[in-house]
Design a binder for this molecule. Structure first.
Ligand SMILES: NC(=O)c1ccc[n+]([C@@H]2O[C@H](COP(=O)([O-])OP(=O)(O)OC[C@H]3O[C@@H](n4cnc5c(N)ncnc54)[C@H](OP(=O)(O)O)[C@@H]3O)[C@@H](O)[C@H]2O)c1
Length: 294
């Protein structure tokens, strides 16, 4: 990492989420970070967002807040759009007015999953559900605001704590190991599990890069390789030494309110080429996460 990059105060929205907590842990070691959780600022309220930015006077704004309930979003589009589209647009505008750098996160669910090779940043977005559409609308507003912005599209985020696929598999796996009933997990959706630690480290790498004021854009930032939810579940249980069986099922066997892409693997090659940031392979990142939390 370069010693240059952008100095000054960081204002972090969504500091209570799984990525927000990882960002706060990592960045506050070397930087002045003001973290706001949901209770501190409802990002769905543009006036509250503007007031928080004015109060903190940051040189970097990071938005880890989002409406992430993919199925519920189908029934609450207004709430999803307020948090995922309007809020980042307001933050990006404020960042531009202040000459601050804005970092925002988006999702593999902006794609329809019809592809069979890793998606690149310039592949056409075609979200299947409200969540993906609200995140895509957020990307457009951020890019349209005209300031210095980084939109990091990520996928299948997990940590050793909080509510995510890893902790759900751990809980269910321990229960099923007792009862002997197998777990059933979808095996026809492909993606790249990404640890919040790896994504937070990539974010820190961008902030420390000498070219930060010139390299605005959308970047994919997922761990390398690909697997299915079933493959990911097996790796989690193996890594935790939980002796529960995992039976593969299809998406049709497990209907959900929102449709999900069948193949949403992202290529993070641009991040590597432009910033020299190499995301770890998903299996290695999972091992690090399990070791760190052991
Ligand atoms: N999780 C994934 O698998 C995944 C995949 C692709 C992309 N992403 C993106 O990665 C980023 C981080 O996601 P994450 O996994 O860390 O999500 P998360 O754990 O759900 O955290 C999101 C945080 O935003 C907060 N929030 C929601 N609505 C808010 C509002 N109106 N005002 C203020 N705060 C609000 C939530 O608070 P409450 O809990 O109180 O609502 C939560 O603390 C998001 O941009 C997400 O879209 C995530």
């Amino acid at each position: 990492m370069s010693a240059e990059g952008t100095e000054g105060r960081i204002l972090l929205f969504g500091a209570g989420g799984q990525l927000g907590q990882a960002l706060r842990r990592l960045l506050s070691a070397r930087r002045d970070v003001v973290g706001l959780a949901h209770a501190d600022c409802d990002v769905g309220d543009p006036a509250a967002v503007r007031a928080a930015i004015a109060a903190a006077a940051p040189s970097i704004i990071i938005n880890a807040a989002a409406y992430t309930a993919v199925d519920r979003a189908e029934d609450e589009p207004d709430r999803a759009y307020a948090a995922n589209a309007v809020a980042p647009g307001v933050m990006a505008e404020e960042a531009r007015r202040r000459g601050a750098v804005f970092v925002h996160y988006s999702t593999d669910y902006v794609f329809d999953g019809q592809g069979r090779t890793p998606y690149r940043e310039d592949d056409p977005a075609a979200p299947l559900g409200v969540y993906g559409a609200s995140k895509r609308a957020g990307e457009e507003r951020v890019a349209g605001a005209g300031g210095i912005f980084y939109i990091l599209r990520t996928a299948w985020l997990y940590d050793r704590q909080g509510r995510n696929f890893l902790t759900t598999m751990e809980r269910l796996g321990r229960e099923r190991a007792q009862t002997g009933r197998p777990l059933t997990v979808v095996a026809d959706q492909w993606g790249s599990p990404t640890s919040v630690a790896a994504l937070a480290a990539a974010t820190e790498g961008i902030l420390g890069h000498a070219g930060i004021r010139e390299l605005s854009g959308i970047y994919h930032a997922t761990c390398g390789g690909e697997t299915t939810w079933w493959g990911f579940a097996q790796a989690i249980l193996e890594g935790l030494h939980i002796p529960a069986a995992v039976t593969p099922i299809t998406t049709a066997d497990y209907p959900t309110r929102a449709r999900r892409p069948a193949y949403s693997v992202l290529s993070s090659a641009r991040l590597d080429r432009v910033f020299g940031i190499h995301m770890p392979q998903w299996e290695a990142a999972l091992r690090s996460c399990l070791q760190a939390g052991a």
